[in-house]
Design a protein around this ligand. Structure first.
Ligand SMILES: Cc1ncc(COP(=O)(O)O)c(C=O)c1O
Length: 397
């Protein structure tokens, strides 16, 4: 008996692969700073947790397949501050942003179609595309350019007759890039010229450290029927385990298709939708504090690491990740070395080798991704361990 080719071809998560080494390090008495994964240590808002404690319904029932109207209504109000006009019927609640990506790709692509994605990209895009038999065509962006697109033609030249959509992650995991007006405009123009959808993953929308305004493809009325925005409460409200995401489309065919997919899995989590509703009712002060906390962490990390010979990184403009190049290392080997053979006062660090975020073979071999998910002092220590570990690793080479 054989499992499907699709199952065989789907990659496993490059972020989780090194856990056995981290477990070993802990068994050997070391403390591991886990900066490999985007699991924030920030408390889930107490207002939301309080709501869970006081939940008094007798039956934990299914919700409507595209989510409770009251939550969708709250989400539509939240978008007012971004000058994006969406109504509750244009929103579908999903089981995490992950399912929003899955449903979006399934709604616009058939097996054998392809989507364009800037690499390095969030690795699960690839696993989801593989599950659906969709190819990813990558547009390579470079660390020296802050992982920005450099021209419209750089994107255009990748489009072929099977391309159905351009998928962007803005602000980006894993690069921290926030796309400029120009870049979004290139994508909008190409969508019109080449008859494509735009899928815009905006789960890190609030997390920005630049003065530039946030631009979503949804701001361009002329392509509003081509845009699907995917989103989540996981990072925004530090509620990863609640598994609540959503997607937005002003295209009624897309919403109809996604409603059918949503019906096939009956309901997103219901209890957690009440939690999400409380969270979307929080004031903007909540975001100010959280974004400031991430800015401090980012600054603590990059101040400690900057000026190190052979180490290259852009100052991330958003999200809570950074890609760091350690010239000359093989990053998976370096990550294992840190866990197995290196520590300062019995503390070491776990990073994600960045090659798992690239589609093109041979790229990202000397880069790692770090997530700013620990306090500033721990981020500073993580940077110090990486720097000293890099020196030790180089001596061995
Ligand atoms: C860019 C991006 N999109 C989507 C997701 C999925 O989030 P979730 O399924 O937890 O909502 C993540 C999670 O790390 C992410 O970084």
């Amino acid at each position: 008996m054989e499992i499907s080719e699709r199952a065989k071809n789907t990659q496993s998560s490059p972020i989780r692969k090194l856990y056995p080494y981290a477990e070993k390090a802990e068994q050997n008495g070391k403390t591991v700073l886990y900066v490999n994964i985007g699991q924030p240590d920030i408390a889930t808002p107490p207002e939301a947790m309080g709501m869970l404690k006081n939940f008094d319904k007798e039956v934990l029932a299914y919700s409507p397949s595209t989510g409770y109207y009251s939550l969708r209504n709250k989400i539509s109000n939240y978008f007012d501050k971004y000058r994006i006009d969406i109504n509750a019927e244009e929103i579908a609640v999903t089981t995490g942003g992950s399912e929003a990506v899955l449903f979006s790709l399934a709604a616009v692509c058939d097996p054998g179609d392809n989507i364009l994605v800037a690499e390095p990209f969030y690795a699960n895009y690839k696993s989801i595309a593989q599950m659906l038999g969709i190819d990813i065509k990558s547009i390579t962006t470079r660390i020296e350019d802050g992982f920005h697109f450099t021209s419209k033609s750089q994107i255009e030249e990748k489009i072929d007759e099977r391309t159905r959509a351009i998928l962007i992650c803005n602000p980006s995991n894993p690069t921290g890039t926030v796309y400029s007006h120009n870049e979004i405009e290139w994508i909008v123009e190409l969508a019109k010229e080449k008859d494509l959808f735009i899928i815009s993953d905006e789960v890190y929308r609030e997390f920005r450290y630049t003065e530039r305004d946030f631009v979503s493809p949804l701001h361009y009325r002329e392509v509003e029927d081509r845009v699907i925005v995917t989103d989540s409460i996981s990072k925004r409200f530090s509620s990863c385990g609640a598994r609540i995401g959503f997607l937005i489309s002003k295209n009624s065919d897309v919403i109809e298709a996604i409603t059918k997919f949503a019906m096939a899995r009956l309901s997103p989590p219901s209890l957690e939708q009440f939690l999400a509703e409380t969270e979307f009712g929080l004031s903007d002060e909540y975001f100010k504090d959280i974004v400031n906390e991430y800015r401090l962490r980012k600054n603590a990390f990059i101040e400690e690491l900057s000026g190190t010979d052979g180490v290259v990184f852009p100052d991330p403009e958003g999200a809570f990740y950074i890609i760091v190049k350690f010239t000359g290392v093989e990053s998976e080997d370096f990550a294992k070395f840190l866990l197995q053979d290196f520590s300062i006062n019995d503390v070491t660090v776990m990073v994600a080798p960045a090659k798992g975020f690239y589609n093109s073979k041979g790229l990202g071999e000397d880069e790692v991704r770090v997530a700013f998910v620990l306090t500033s002092s721990k981020m500073k220590l993580a940077a110090k361990i990486l720097r000293e570990g890099y020196f030790a690793y180089r001596k061995m080479m």
